[in-house]
Structure formats: structure tokens, C-alpha cells
Design a protein around this ligand. Structure first.
Ligand code: ZN
Length: 401
């Protein structure tokens, strides 16, 4: 599921009170200020007028033996000059030793214009009056503890004709979220399952950042699409994917059910085109047939693209972990049979995506994201890929117990 335009009724989990800097290199009380500061024309040597604002508190989650901090920064230019980001550094707590540092080429992987998707030209330049998103994914050493806060330093170049003024901007401290990931069981039985578009800074789901209720939301921040593969080097899907039983990941209440949306196509049928959809894509149809479980207050597990008529629960039901919710299908904004799974803080798709960890699973292969990935699959020796209380990552082949 990759729609960026879905809207639903939600209540907001507001990220509050943790902003920002607007550093423009001048004191509002500087000499003879008859004109409001914001209305002054740019002056040579003036620092950039740029706000740097996180969309959420950095979210910690354990994966692949490391602690990951995931969030986004909104860089909004109020400058009349073009600005260029040359460096971005992340500092823990009060330390001056960076946790992460992105130079020019690394910034090409994290900076995107608002609304752009993967593959769009990279905007090192922030054009006059525009916004850029920095998709942050900071992986800490395995022994590291989560810092209680992060701050950032950006090296910004203001370009005015042939003149370039370089300024170092430092943000105020941003508290790291203390919210712990939900611990859940498998949404499907056994395996092998391939976690596509799964948690990573390069996942397609990671870019579905939408304005809603006056703030930026990314409900698919940690979403993934599960497809069953044969588990060999062929990389071919297993026809048994379609119709697999989709399971409740915890004891929970059924908070939302949508059914009756026809399949785009179903095996052994093949699609007329990759973009074939049985119904027009709207906020009401993009998820296809869906079940949403309320795992805890403001923690909802979403199971999307189910087969029409296969859903075995109704809104308000209490379900037990492992109970069958419905069957894996190909409805909604889907190119083939798969299960879209995510946890977020609201019903619908306009909430904030939250992390989750499976209490047990095994990774047995990792397929790097590159055109010739088949030649570069990393295979785990039997028994070495068992994971507890971790989140699987992008392009992992996994089994559930
Ligand atoms: Zn999806």
C-alpha cells in the first residue's frame, strides 16, 4: 500500500513543544530595527533563514542487533536566496561527538523535496520558499544505549549569484521517544516470507509522508509487505502466498473492518498490467479489505489487501493471538498477493507509524536492494538467524515459529 493521499478520521498524537531553531544570525534587537526582522531583505553575510523541525520525537527500535532511531526533519526555507545543505550531523545528549554525520553524497539518500518519492532528483538545494524532508535513520552500535535527546548541526550554504555564505546551524535538543515498541506475534504462519518495502530508510513506505490535521504524518513509517517466496536463490514467489491465513498478532479488540472490495487479480490469473486495479483508488479503497486491531491505547495493527469475503471477525470482537482474521489477498492498491502490515497510533492511514518487534522469528537470508541482488544474497547458516524482540528489516527473508 503506497497511497499518499488517504484521509481518515483520526485524533491526533501531537508532537508538541520540541522544535526548533530559526537562526538567522541577527538579534531582533540589533541596530535600528524599525523594520520587522522577518521582512528585512537578505544581506550579505546574513545566516540562512531556515527552520529545522522534527515531525516526531526520534523513535527507538531494536533490529539486527542494533538500536535504530527513526524520525524526519522538516527543513523549511524562509530565505530569499537558494540554500544548499552540505553536511548534517547528529549529536546525542550534550555530547559534541556525533552519532551520525552525512556528507554531500550521503545526503543524497536522505534529503527529499516534500512530496517526492524514491528516485526523485536529490535536492541538496532548497529553493526559495520551499521545504525539504530529511529522512533520518540513525543506527547505533550494538552496545549503545538510546540517548535521551538528539541535537543537529547543519552546514548550510546560502547562494546569491556568485557569492556563497556558509553557516553552521545548531538545533535545540529534541527528546528521544520513551515509548517502547509493541511486542507481537506472527501475522502469518511459518515461512519463508520475504519482507518487501520493509523498515529501512530506503523503503517505499518510508516516503509516504502526508500533511493531515495541520501536521506531517507518516503512518507507514515501519510498514512492510509480506510475500511468500520459495526460499531458494530463484527469488520466485510461491503460489501458496495467495489465501494464506492472516493471524491476530496479539490478544486485542477488532477496531475496524472493511470488506467487499474486489480482487485486482487472483492466481492463477495474471494481471493485464502492473497498475491493474479492480476499483478506482480512493482513501476508502486504497487499503483494500482490511482488519485493524487495537493492541493497546493508541496502538493499532493494520492488516491490508485481504481477500474479499474472507474476513472472519467484525468490529468490536475480542480476538486471541493466533486467531485467523481473514485470508491474504490482492485488493486495494496492490500489485500482487501480499499482506501489508503496520502499526500506527490511529485507525485509517493518517496516523504516526509506530515500531513493533516480533517476540520470535528467524532471518535466513538478506537480499540487498540492487538490480543484481540474486548474486549478492547473504545466507545465514542454519540456526544462526534466530531473533527475539526485534523488528525485521527491508528485504529480509524470514520464518515465524
Ligand atoms: Zn504496503
Amino acid at each position: 500500500m503506497r497511497s499518499a493521499s488517504m484521509v481518515n478520521r483520526v485524533t491526533s498524537r501531537c508532537w508538541m513543544g520540541v522544535v526548533v531553531l530559526v537562526l538567522n544570525g541577527l538579534s531582533p534587537h540589533a541596530g535600528g530595527a524599525q523594520v520587522p526582522l522577518a521582512l528585512r531583505p537578505p544581506q550579505s553575510g546574513m545566516g540562512p533563514r531556515l527552520t529545522v523541525r522534527p515531525t516526531v520525537e526520534p523513535i527507538p527500535v531494536q533490529a539486527h542487533g542494533r538500536l535504530h532511531l527513526v524520525y524526519e526533519l522538516l527543513l523549511a526555507s524562509f530565505d530569499s536566496r537558494e540554500l544548499r545543505v552540505d553536511k548534517l550531523e547528529v549529536f546525542p545528549d550534550r555530547s559534541r561527538r556525533p552519532l551520525a554525520s552525512y556528507n554531500s553524497s550521503e545526503l543524497a539518500r536522505v534529503l527529499f523535496r516534500a512530496g517526492d518519492t524514491l528516485g526523485a532528483p536529490n535536492p541538496h538545494q532548497i529553493a526559495v520558499g520551499t521545504h525539504v524532508i530529511a529522512y533520518m535513520w540513525v543506527a547505533l552500535d550494538s552496545a549503545a544505549q538510546a540517548p535521551s535527546s538528539l541535537s543537529h548541526r547543519l552546514t548550510i550554504v546560502a547562494v546569491e549569484g556568485a557569492r556563497e555564505d556558509t553557516t553552521s546551524l545548531e538545533t535545540v535538543s529534541v527528546p528521544v521517544s520513551r515509548d517502547l515498541p509493541v511486542v507481537i506475534g506472527p501475522p502469518l504462519r511459518g515461512g519463508p516470507w520475504f519482507a518487501n518495502n520493509a523498515p529501512s530508510n530506503d523503503s517505499r513506505h518510508r516516503r509516504v509522508l502526508i500533511p493531515f490535521g495541520g501536521e506531517l504524518r507518516l503512518s507507514q513509517r515501519f510498514a512492510f509487505d509480506l510475500v511468500r517466496y520459495r526460499g531458494d536463490s530463484s527469488g520466485l514467489p510461491d503460489p501458496a502466498t495467495y489465501g494464506s491465513e492472516v493471524l491476530a498478532v496479539a490478544d486485542a479488540r477488532v477496531a475496524e473492518v472493511i470488506d467487499g472490495i474486489p480482487e485486482n487479480w487472483a492466481p492463477p490469473q495474471r494481471p493485464a498490467s502492473r497498475d491493474a486495479r479492480a476499483v478506482p483508488m480512493t482513501p476508502a479503497t486504497a487499503r483494500g479489505n482490511v482488519v485493524v486491531l487495537e493492541l493497546a491505547p493508541r496502538k493499532f495493527a493494520h492488516f491490508a489487501h485481504l481477500q474479499p469475503g474472507s474476513i472472519r471477525v467484525k468490529q468490536g470482537d475480542r480476538v486471541r493471538r493466533g486467531q485467523v482474521l481473514g485470508l491474504l489477498g490482492n485488493s486495494g492498491n496492490s500489485t500482487g498477493p501480499h499482506l501489508h502490515f503496520q502499526v500506527s497510533d490511529t485507525l485509517g492511514t493518517s496516523g504516526h507509524g509506530l515500531p513493533f518487534v516480533f517476540d520470535a522469528f528467524e532471518v535466513f537470508a538478506i537480499a540487498p536492494q540492487r538490480p543484481d541482488w540474486r548474486a549478492h544474497v547473504v545466507w545465514f547458516p542454519p540456526g544462526t538467524g534466530k531473533r527475539r524482540n526485534e523488528m525485521p528489516l527491508h528485504r529480509w527473508a524470514i520464518r515465524f515459529p
